[in-house]
Design a protein around this ligand. Structure first.
Ligand code: 6PG
Length: 260
C-alpha cells in the first residue's frame, strides 16, 4: 500500500532547491551507509538545473559522489551533446563538477536513430547494473521527477502508449504534440522506487498540480497521478506558484522558507 504523498510548499525557488538538495544528501548518505551505493534516476527539463547546480556548489564534499549510480528517468531522442539532451543538462550543471565514478554514470544512448533500440539497450543497462533476474524491476533509492503543464512526468504524456506498459522497464514513447519519440522509464519502475521526489516550480504548473491532487481528473489525462510507489515514499516539493490551486486539504503543508 503506498503511503500518502508528503507535500511541502516553498515561498521561493531557492528554498525549494535547498530542501531537494538536503533530501538528496540525506538519502545518499543513508543508502551508502546501508549498502555502499546510492542509485538515482535524474529528471530532465529545466527545473532540476537549480537542484543540480546547488548540489555541485555546496555539497561537493558532503556527498560520496563516487558511490552514486546515475541514471535518467527519461531522455529526448537526440544526441548527448544536443541542447535538448537531459544528459547534457545534468552533465553541465552537476556531473562535470563533482567527482563521480564515470563507470557509474549510465546515460541513455539516445543518439541511436532507432528509439526502440535505444530503449531496449537501456533496459539491458538497468538489468546489468542492478543484477536483475528475469522480469525483476529495479528498485531505485531515489527517482527525481518533474511535472509538465499537461500533467506528464518523465516522458509519460497524457494518452500516450507508454502509460499502458506494465512489463517493459524502458520504452520509446511517441509524443504526438512534439512529433518525436522520447525514451522513458515505465510506471512499473517509477512505482517500485524507495523514494520518488517531484520537484515542481512555476505558475504554469498550477493547473496540473491541482489535477494531480483533486479526485476528479482522469489518471490518463494526468499521468503524474499514476505515480504511487507501492512500497516507497512519494514527496512533492512545490513552490508557491505551482501550489496556488492545490486543494485546501493538501494546503496543510506549511509554507517553508529558505532556512539556512
Ligand atoms: C523532460 C522531463 C519532463 C520534465 C517536465 C517539466 O524530459 O522534459 O523529464 O518530464 O520534468 O516536462 O519540465 P520543466 O522542469 O522544464 O518545466
Amino acid at each position: 500500500m503506498s503511503l500518502s504523498p508528503e507535500v511541502s510548499i516553498f515561498d521561493n525557488p531557492d528554498a525549494l532547491f535547498r530542501a531537494a538538495a538536503e533530501n538528496f544528501a540525506k538519502l545518499a548518505h543513508a543508502a551508502v551507509l546501508a549498502k555502499g551505493s546510492f542509485t538515482v534516476a535524474l529528471s530532465g527539463g529545466s527545473t532540476p538545473r537549480g537542484l543540480y547546480s546547488l548540489l555541485a556548489q555546496q555539497y561537493l564534499s558532503s556527498i560520496q559522489w563516487q558511490k552514486i549510480y546515475f541514471f535518467w528517468g527519461d531522455e529526448r531522442h537526440v544526441p548527448p551533446d544536443h541542447p535538448d539532451s537531459n544528459y547534457r543538462m545534468a552533465y553541465e550543471a552537476l556531473l562535470s563538477k563533482v567527482p563521480t565514478d564515470r563507470a557509474k554514470v549510465f546515460r541513455v544512448h539516445s543518439e541511436n536513430s532507432d528509439a526502440n533500440r535505444a530503449a531496449i539497450d537501456y533496459e539491458q543497462t538497468l538489468s546489468t547494473a542492478f543484477g536483475l533476474q528475469k522480469l525483476e524491476v529495479p528498485r531505485f533509492d531515489l527517482i527525481l521527477l518533474g511535472l509538465g503543464p499537461d500533467g506528464h512526468t518523465a516522458s509519460l504524456f497524457p494518452h500516450s502508449a507508454a502509460l499502458r506498459e506494465r512489463s517493459r522497464l524502458v520504452v520509446a514513447n511517441w509524443v504526438e504534440k512534439f512529433n518525436t519519440d522520447r525514451i522513458t522509464f515505465t510506471l512499473p519502475v517509477l512505482n517500485h522506487a524507495a523514494n520518488v521526489h517531484f520537484l515542481v516550480s512555476g505558475k504554469d504548473k498550477a493547473a496540473a498540480v491541482e489535477s494531480v491532487f483533486d479526485g476528479n481528473s482522469e489518471a490518463s489525462d494526468v499521468p503524474a497521478k499514476l505515480v504511487e510507489p507501492r512500497h516507497g515514499r512519494l514527496v512533492w516539493l512545490l513552490n508557491e506558484d505551482a501550489a496556488v490551486r492545490i486543494p485546501q486539504r493538501m494546503a496543510a503543508a506549511e509554507v517553508k522558507s529558505n532556512q539556512r
